[in-house]
Ligand binder design. Structure first.
Ligand SMILES: Nc1ncnc2c1ncn2[C@@H]1O[C@H](COP(=O)(O)OP(=O)(O)OP(=O)(O)O)[C@@H](O)[C@H]1O
Ligand SMILES: [Mg+2]
Length: 240
């Protein structure tokens, strides 16, 4: 690669890492705030053994959570260092596996914000994927739905994730009931730096990155459609 384009690729990689770090960093912030609050509010009666045990188990649970998110930050660096490589390792799995991994990262946040999540896993086929990259894609889509729910302060927020087998491929649908995308924007949401959240520091690279992962790195398809009360993101990946 020429020096110029190497710099461009490096800049893009840094942007992607920074983008994917936001969620775990925010989660670490929440957990640590939680710990501090419990500590300062004198929630645990340290005079009793019961109180001390409760404190211990609360703290170790929260520290485990922080460890989990930190691990995720570390993995993300590796994921994007490998992003442009062609010799990275494919994993043979069903689509359920990366979806569940994604939920581990974001589920707490969704719960805290009262977002109802419905799962319907019908696909059983094996696919060959760069698993972590698929996790990043699903995370981006869920994060966007959450952004919209929070912005609109929605009461009955709902996300539905469903999977099914097609003839030689599998399909994932991620639907949210948070309102449609304006028709004039629908063609641009996958473009780099297109964002309607500029005043909230939206970078507009989430969906762009997701499209590269699905279409360039996995030779699949990703698209969005306005349906019912919101938007559905669909991903199609070939079976092995
Ligand atoms: N579920 C959704 N419902 C409505 N609009 C959406 C949804 N997902 C994405 N969009 C639109 O697509 C745009 C691009 O999304 P993308 O994730 O690439 O960037 P962003 O979310 O604006 O910025 P960042 O990801 O850095 O926070 C968003 O600004 C929004 O207008
Ligand atoms: Mg986004």
């Amino acid at each position: 690669m020429e020096i110029q384009s190497r710099f461009a690729a490096m800049g893009e990689m840094l942007n992607m890492i920074a983008h994917q770090w936001r969620q775990p960093l925010a989660s670490i912030g929440t957990v640590s705030f939680n710990l501090k609050y419990k500590l300062l509010s004198g929630k645990f009666d340290l005079e009793t053994k019961k109180g001390r045990d409760e404190q211990l188990s609360f703290f170790s649970k929260k520290l485990d959570e922080i460890e989990f998110y930190v691990q995720n930050l570390t993995t993300t660096i590796d994921d994007f260092r490998n992003f442009y490589k062609t010799d990275k390792t494919l994993t043979n799995t069903t689509i359920e596996n990366p979806i569940k991994n994604t939920l581990k990262i974001i589920q707490k946040d969704l719960q805290t914000n009262n977002i109802d999540i419905k799962l319907d896993f019908k696909s059983q086929s094996n696919i060959k994927i760069y698993k972590n990259e698929i996790v990043h894609v699903i995370l981006n889509i869920l994060k966007n739905a959450q952004d919209k729910f929070l912005e609109k302060k929605m009461k009955n927020a709902k996300i539905e994730i469903s999977t099914k087998d097609l003839e030689k491929s599998i399909k994932i649908d991620i639907y949210d009931n948070g309102g449609k995308i304006k028709d004039e924007n629908l063609d641009f949401i996958f473009e780099p730096y297109f964002s309607t959240k500029k005043e909230k520091n939206g970078t507009g690279i989430g969906l762009y990155m997701s499209k590269i992962i699905i279409e360039n790195n996995h030779h699949g398809k990703i698209y969005a459609t306005n349906i019912k009360e919101g938007v559905c993101f669909s991903i199609i990946l070939d079976c092995m």
